[in-house]
Design a protein around this ligand. Structure first.
Ligand SMILES: Cc1cc2nc3c(=O)[nH]c(=O)nc-3n(C[C@H](O)[C@H](O)[C@H](O)COP(=O)(O)O)c2cc1C
Length: 357
C-alpha cells in the first residue's frame, strides 16, 4: 500500500453523527482522512429520498458510503446508485449490533453467515465500479475469533474483496446495548495484526479504541494499512485530525489549530444559514472542537445552549469564538489575570439573548 492511501486514517461511520455537516467539518481539519457516511440501508437508498440520504458536497472527498443490508440484488443496486452519485468506496456493515439492524438481518449478525456476505459483496462488486469494502467485528456471541475471523476474511477475499476494516472486539447480540457493545467486549488489536500477516494481500484497517495520531502511526508502522477512529474523532476532532495530513501522509495541513478550524468553517456555516439551514445542524458536531483547550467549556456551552434557538445565526458562532479567544488570552504564559478581563465573556453572552442572537 502506498503512502497516499486515504485509508491510512479514516473516520468511522457513525449513525446520527457522521452526516454531511460533520464530514464537511472534519474535511476542514484534514484534507486527506477518509470519511465515512452514517450507515444507510440498501432499501432506503433504492426507495427513499436519495438527495437527503446520500447527498454530499464534492469538497468532502475522499468519502465512502456505508450500506446496510443482506439481500445481494438490493445491495448491488444500492451500491451502483451510490457509485453513480460519486462515492469513492462502498462499504458493507457487518458490525453493527443494534436491535433495529438485527431485526433486518444485517450488521454484526452476518458474521454468522459468511457465505451470504460473500454473495452480497460479489453482487456489489459486479454492479459498481468503485471498491467494495467490508467493516466487520472479530466475531459475535460465542464464536471463537481466532477461528472465525480468518475464515471470514478468507471468504471475503475469495468473493473479491480487497479491503476490510475490523472493529477489534466481538459483539454480543443479546443482552448488551449497542453502546455497551462498543465498550464491554475486550479489544484484541493483536489479532488484527496477526490477520495482516496471514492475509498480506488484503488491505486491513484496524478500528476500536484508537484515540491518537501516535497510535495510528504505531499501527501503520506494524504493517496495518490504516486505522479507523470513531468516538475519539468525534469528541476530540482537533486532537485527532489537525496535523494528521503531515503526520500520516507527509502533506501540508489545512489548518494549524482549533481556532483556525473554527474560522475556516465560517463560510460553510454562512452558506448553510443562507440556504435556510439551522446553525445547530452544523455546530452540534463541533462542540468538541476545543476539547482539552482553553475556552472549551465556554464554546460547548454557548453553542449547545444557543445554537438550536430559532433564528440563531452567525453572531452566536462569532460570540462563542470570541469567548474562546478571551479564555485563550487568559491562559497565555505570562498573562497576569489580575489585569485581564474580569468578566467571563462566555457566561455574559450565553445569558444575553441579544449577544446570543
Ligand atoms: C454514535 C455511534 C454510531 C455508530 N454507527 C455506526 C454505523 O452506522 N455503522 C458502523 O459500522 N459502525 C457504527 N458505529 C461504530 C463505529 O463505526 C466504530 O466501529 C466504533 O465506535 C469503534 O470505534 P471507536 O472506538 O474508535 O469509536 C457507531 C458508533 C457510534 C459511537
Amino acid at each position: 500500500m502506498t503512502r497516499n492511501q486515504p485509508h491510512r486514517l479514516s473516520v468511522a461511520p457513525m449513525m446520527d453523527w457522521t452526516d454531511r455537516h460533520c464530514r464537511a467539518f472534519h474535511r476542514v481539519l484534514s484534507r486527506r482522512a477518509l470519511l465515512y457516511t452514517e450507515m444507510v440501508t440498501a432499501k432506503a437508498v433504492i426507495h427513499g429520498d436519495r438527495a437527503r440520504l446520500l447527498g454530499f458536497d464534492a469538497a468532502e472527498h475522499p468519502v465512502a458510503v456505508q450500506l446496510g443490508g443482506s439481500e445481494p440484488a438490493e445491495l448491488a443496486e444500492a451500491a451502483r446508485i451510490a457509485a453513480d452519485m460519486g462515492y469513492g468506496e462502498v462499504n458493507l456493515n457487518v458490525g453493527c449490533p443494534s436491535d433495529r439492524v438485527r431485526s433486518g438481518c444485517f450488521g454484526a449478525v452476518l458474521m454468522k453467515q459468511p457465505a451470504l456476505v460473500a454473495d452480497c459483496v460479489a453482487a456489489m462488486i459486479a454492479a459498481c465500479p468503485v471498491p467494495v469494502t467490508v467493516k466487520c467485528r472479530i466475531g459475535v456471541d460465542d464464536q471463537d475469533p481466532e477461528e472465525v475471523l480468518p475464515a471470514f476474511l478468507g471468504t471475503m477475499r475469495a468473493a473479491g474483496v480487497r479491503h476490510v476494516i475490523v472493529h477489534a472486539r466481538k459483539a454480543w447480540l443479546q443482552g448488551l446495548s449497542p453502546r455497551e457493545n462498543r465498550e464491554i467486549p475486550p479489544l484484541d488489536h493483536a489479532l488484527v495484526l496477526r490477520m495482516k500477516r496471514e492475509f498480506p494481500d488484503l488491505e486491513i484497517v484496524v478500528n476500536g479504541g484508537i484515540a491518537s495520531q501516535r497510535q495510528v502511526l504505531g499501527f501503520l508502522a506494524q504493517g496495518l494499512d490504516g486505522a479507523m477512529l470513531g468516538r475519539a474523532a468525534y469528541h476530540d476532532p482537533a486532537g485527532v485530525l489537525i496535523g494528521a495530513d503531515s503526520a500520516v501522509w507527509g502533506a501540508a495541513d489545512p489548518v494549524a489549530d482549533a481556532a483556525g478550524a473554527a474560522g475556516a468553517m465560517r463560510p460553510y456555516l454562512l452558506r448553510h444559514l443562507a440556504g435556510g439551514g439551522r446553525l445547530h445542524q452544523v455546530t452540534r458536531h463541533m462542540l468538541g472542537l476545543f476539547a482539552g483547550r482553553p475556552g472549551a467549556r465556554a464554546w460547548r456551552r454557548m453553542l449547545s445552549e444557543g445554537a438550536s434557538a430559532p433564528g440563531a445565526g452567525i453572531e452566536l458562532y462569532d460570540a462563542a469564538l470570541a469567548a474562546v479567544a478571551g479564555q485563550a488570552v487568559l491562559h497565555e504564559p505570562g498573562h497576569d489575570s489580575a489585569h485581564g478581563p474580569t468578566r467571563d465573556p462566555a457566561r455574559d453572552s450565553a445569558h444575553d439573548p441579544a449577544g446570543a442572537a
